[in-house]
Design a protein around this ligand. Structure first.
Ligand code: AMP
Length: 446
């Protein structure tokens, strides 16, 4: 199968040739003809599967071939994404695909001045990539009109809900023309996403290119158990031992990112960090330098790193396990992209056993343990498996005390068969409590 047989026009084929895309990926093979035929889409596609081209290519073709010219402050196709970095990345891909087409494309997001964005929108934009908050600001300030809107794309819809954008999405949805094409992409499909899909999509074609919630099988995954306080030391040890060249590291909190970066820099290691507290320009600079291999270790929180596409990233390290198990899939999706192989290593301490168990249950695999000599934890991480069980080692029975009085009952302790498995502890479920389209307060971004 080729891109030409999927019905793409020559200017797009030329762009793809220049980019070196030879064969459509499975999501592209399914999405492109369906979008060209005007269908709504509900696509479960992991990051790294080529989903951006899957929606952007047919969308650009429809914009180039059909519909009236864009008028002042109008937009004909809208791609909503959860983060600024993803907005830049998706727009960059769109720009490359559209280089031979007479279309205007642009990206808007928060954290930067709104005025240049308002100026740019004055003459109208064929395809706009936007984060929900800034899009609404622009709409409320009359810098944007949706009367010409023909297609809406929700990219990484699950993440938008995780970040508490359900209220913004509801408000945007109200402002859009009812007659339009809608494409929804999500790496994982929760009940909330299905509800959102039910409200926004019209007779959608469902596409599922990989089994639901199963992590990319091109990524070799393993864990090292360690005591929490020794994680930085273990990280540096593994880095030196494995001669790691470029690593994306995930930490749970902003403080965690800063602390690790400081520690690494203190050891003369070329590291930088990105998280939601840093200004957009600083985040982008760190990312650009990492992509250009000028930074060796990039430490990030989940939000900052969402959707980043870094070519040939060989290794992802989970310095902390994610609180939301589904984030594990997104994190390791930063490596092993578009067919290449990658490695994902998680440093796991005893506190994180329930998070580990939730990840194993979600990805339906038991992660291989590879213990590091000299770093074996004092606080043992109980065994886990893909069924969600946290397997407690049977306790040694207490020696029965010699009974002093002679007449009382003697407690002989409870002997436990060495194969006996403790009941599963409640594993931490992905927290996605925000009901779709609620009006409650917005969750803080991590
Ligand atoms: P995505 O899942 O959209 O983030 O894409 C992941 C990576 O795969 C990006 O670097 C794309 O440029 C690349 N890519 C997408 N489609 C193809 C293709 N058909 N052939 C080769 N590379 C591709």
């Amino acid at each position: 199968m080729t891109f030409a047989t999927l019905g793409l026009i020559e200017p797009l084929l030329r762009s793809l040739e220049r980019l070196g895309y030879q064969t459509p990926t499975p999501v592209q093979a399914q999405a492109i003809p369906a979008v060209l035929a005007g269908r709504d889409l509900m696509a479960a596609a992991q990051t790294g599967t080529g989903k951006t081209a899957g929606f952007a290519l047919p969308l650009l073709q429809l914009l180039a071939m059909e519909g009236p010219k864009v008028t002042a402050n109008s937009v004909r196709a809208l791609i909503l994404v959860p983060t600024r970095e993803l907005a830049e990345q998706v727009h960059e891909a769109v720009r490359q695909y559209a280089e031979n087409l007479p279309l205007r494309t642009y990206a808007v997001y928060g954290g930067v001045s709104i005025n240049p964005q308002m100026m740019k929108l004055r003459s109208g934009v064929d395809l706009l990539v936007a984060t929900p908050g800034r899009l609404l600001d622009l709409f409320r300030q009359n810098a944007l009109k949706f009367n010409q809107l023909q297609t809406l794309v929700l990219d990484e819809a699950d993440r938008m809900l995780d970040l508490g954008f359900s209220e913004e999405l509801a408000n945007i949805y109200k402002a859009l023309p009812k007659k339009r094409q809608t494409l929804l992409f999500s790496a994982t499909f929760s009940d909330d996403i299905r509800l959102l899909a039910g409200q926004m999509l019209n007779d959608p074609l469902s596409i599922e290119v990989s089994p639901r919630n199963v992590a990319a099988n091109t990524v070799k995954q393993w864990i090292v158990t360690v005591d929490k306080k020794r994680k930085p030391e273990l990280f540096v040890h593994l880095m030196r031992k494995g001669k790691w060249k470029q690593v994306l590291v995930f930490a749970k909190t902003r403080n965690g990112v800063d602390a690790l970066v400081e520690k690494l820099q203190g050891l003369g290691i070329n590291a930088d960090g990105i998280h939601g507290d840093k200004p957009q320009a600083t985040r982008q600079r760190a990312l650009d330098r990492f992509k250009a291999s000028e930074v060796q270790i990039l430490v990030a929180t989940d939000v900052a790193a969402r959707g980043l596409d870094i070519e040939d990233l060989p290794l992802v390290v989970n310095f902390d396990l994610p609180i939301v198990a589904e984030d594990y899939i997104h994190r390791i999706g930063r490596t092993g992209r578009a067919g290449s192989t990658g490695e994902a290593i998680s440093l796991v301490c005893a506190d994180e056993v329930n998070l580990l168990s939730a990840i194993e249950m979600l990805t339906r695999q038991t992660l291989k343990r590879q213990n590091e000599p000299d770093f074996e934890p004092e606080h043992r991480v109980p065994d886990t498996d893909a069924s969600g069980q946290v397997i407690k080692k049977p306790k040694k029975p207490k020696k029965p005390k010699a009974s002093g009085g002679g007449g009382g009952k003697r407690n002989l302790g409870k002997w436990v068969d060495s194969g006996e498995v403790a009941p599963a502890e409640p594993s931490i479920k992905p927290v996605r409590k925000v009901p779709v389209f609620n009006t409650g307060p917005r969750k803080r971004k991590p």
